[in-house]
Design a protein. Structure first.
Length: 494
């Protein structure tokens, strides 16, 4: 049973999609506003959503994933005016950059429609939705702008748990200065201003409000009711609250079954801010030489409903964790590709009480169970590294015969489908690298190694040979084998 915490109900619920028999899931995730490069706080949400989708697909669901591009709003217009560019030219730069960043982090692109829907290309659908709301009296026109009448939707606040009379009345939830009946009302269509792009509408030239964009695009591609809407907790109010009001106000039907939100990202325990010098885009980190899979691991490794504290020390630890996984997989792959599998005696397995063919399927089952429990990635990763220790133990004791070797390789492939860390893109060790690695490991296992300078020098010489072939040796913790990582060039700015 898969269970997710539903922000709407405030409870953890069994996941039962609308098309349960067909095993189809409709999922909408709020995409970026393309006025600048996305920062790591944005990518915390996108990676949580990527894990969600990967897990559902791992469990056999066909996920229809829609993510929008917000390419018209106050920020994009201000940016285009500041740089004296046309809006489309300005936003295209950051749209392209966002897609490059997704690829760098191995985040699956939204798969429906073929191209991500952009707000500027979906304005007819927005106008149609606004017209429905005006016709029902849920929205009103005032001097060329259209506003949603919040008091006409009695359940307003059900997602954010805010009360209209206490928390929302008089609160300015729309930064644009337009005349409204009530402080809580929000703009659906904004009358054209000078030096702003504008489109024709039944109410005159203007542009859509931010909230209507997501309602129109999500319902156009997923239907009036769909399964999952996900995003960061900062979107709960007013954005997602307003989406519900608009959509349900127009259709009279439930908008979304399950609302999933991830917590904020902190940097060194503080809110990320340019003024504090702790603001990072993904590109900042790649330029400093950090591997994108290391960044992915950091952003992935904390449960999505727990605040994530991002530190450079954490990035270093994450890099070591990814190296341990990729190196172990490469070692297993080499043994399999070159048919070097160890000849294991039955009594050896009995003496060491190790049977990967039963242990690894059990570990996979526990990983799945953890993710079925509201995507509990912390527990899942603990299980992954417990299994890694076992595989490394078998490698160090030469307890991997052909069947268990293939089980280990399959384990890594299944884990990589879920985590997306490109573990299984690691190539097999070249024969000479493996030969030197095995010789060096033999020297290091010798009881005399700690005091014998000759053995230490031989090990150092073999390390140098390995590194001359493009691989880095990192000695493991006591009881663990050394790991090998292919040298990578410093990441250039994308």
């Amino acid at each position: 049973m898969i269970r997710f915490f539903n922000t709407l109900s405030g409870k953890t619920e069994e996941f039962r999609p609308l098309q349960e028999k067909e095993k189809e899931v409709g999922m909408y995730t709020c995409g970026p506003t393309v006025y600048d490069y996305a920062h790591i706080g944005n990518f915390r949400a996108f990676i949580f959503e990527d894990l969600l989708r990967r897990f559902l697909e791992y469990k056999g669901y066909k996920v229809k994933h829609v993510m929008n591009i917000t390419d018209v709003d106050d920020k994009t217009i201000a940016g285009a005016n500041r740089e004296k560019k046309k809006l489309g030219e300005f936003t295209e730069t950051y749209t392209r950059a966002f897609r490059e960043d997704l690829q760098a982090l191995n985040i699956l692109p939204a798969n429906y429609p073929k191209d991500q829907p952009r707000a500027t290309q979906e304005i007819p659908a927005m106008i149609e939705l606004i017209e429905k709301l005006v016709k029902k009296g849920t929205a009103y026109v005032n001097d060329g702008s259209v506003y949603y009448r919040v008091t006409a939707f009695p359940s307003y606040g059900k997602l954010s748990k805010k009360k209209l009379d206490k928390n929302i009345q008089g609160v300015r939830v729309d930064v644009d200065a337009y005349e409204k009946e009530d402080g809580a009302d929000f703009a659906l269509w904004k009358k054209a201003k000078e030096e702003e792009p504008a489109w024709d509408s039944p109410w005159g030239k203007g542009r859509p409000g931010w909230h209507i964009e997501c309602s129109a695009m999500s319902m156009k591609y997923l239907g009036e009711t769909f399964d999952i809407h996900a995003g960061g907790e900062d979107l709960i109010f007013p954005h997602h609250e307003n989406e519900i009001a608009q959509s349900e106000g127009a259709t009279g039907k439930p908008f979304v079954k399950y609302w999933l939100h991830c917590k904020f990202l902190l940097v060194n325990g503080e809110k990320m801010s340019k003024s504090k010098g702790n603001f990072y885009t993904l590109r900042d980190l790649l330029t400093k030489g950090h591997d994108p899979m290391t960044i992915r691991y950091v952003l992935l490794s904390t449960h999505y409903r727990t605040p994530l504290n991002f530190t450079l020390e954490g990035v270093k630890s994450a890099g070591e964790a990814v190296e341990r996984l990729t190196s172990c997989y490469a070692h297993c792959l080499h043994l399999n590709v070159f048919g070097i599998g160890y000849k294991v005696k039955v009594e050896d397995l009995t003496n060491w009480n190790v049977n990967l063919c039963s242990c690894l399927p059990d570990a996979r089952a526990r990983i799945e169970q953890a993710l079925e429990n509201d995507l509990n990635i912390s527990v899942a990763l603990a299980e992954v590294f417990d299994a890694l220790k076992l595989i490394n133990f078998c490698l160090s004791k030469k307890l991997l015969e052909e069947k268990s070797l293939k089980e280990a390789i399959d384990f890594f492939k299944r884990v990589d489908r879920l985590l997306g860390l490109k573990i299984t893109e690691q190539e097999a060790l070249p024969p000479d690298v493996f030969k030197y690695y095995e010789q060096r490991s033999t020297f290091r296992r010798d009881p005399r190694f700690i005091k014998d300078k000759t053995l230490q020098q031989l090990a150092d010489d073999l390390r140098a040979k390995i590194e001359s072939l493009g691989w880095i040796v990192k000695d493991g913790r006591p009881g663990e084998p050394s790991t090998l990582q292919k040298k990578r060039r410093a990441w250039e700015k994308v």
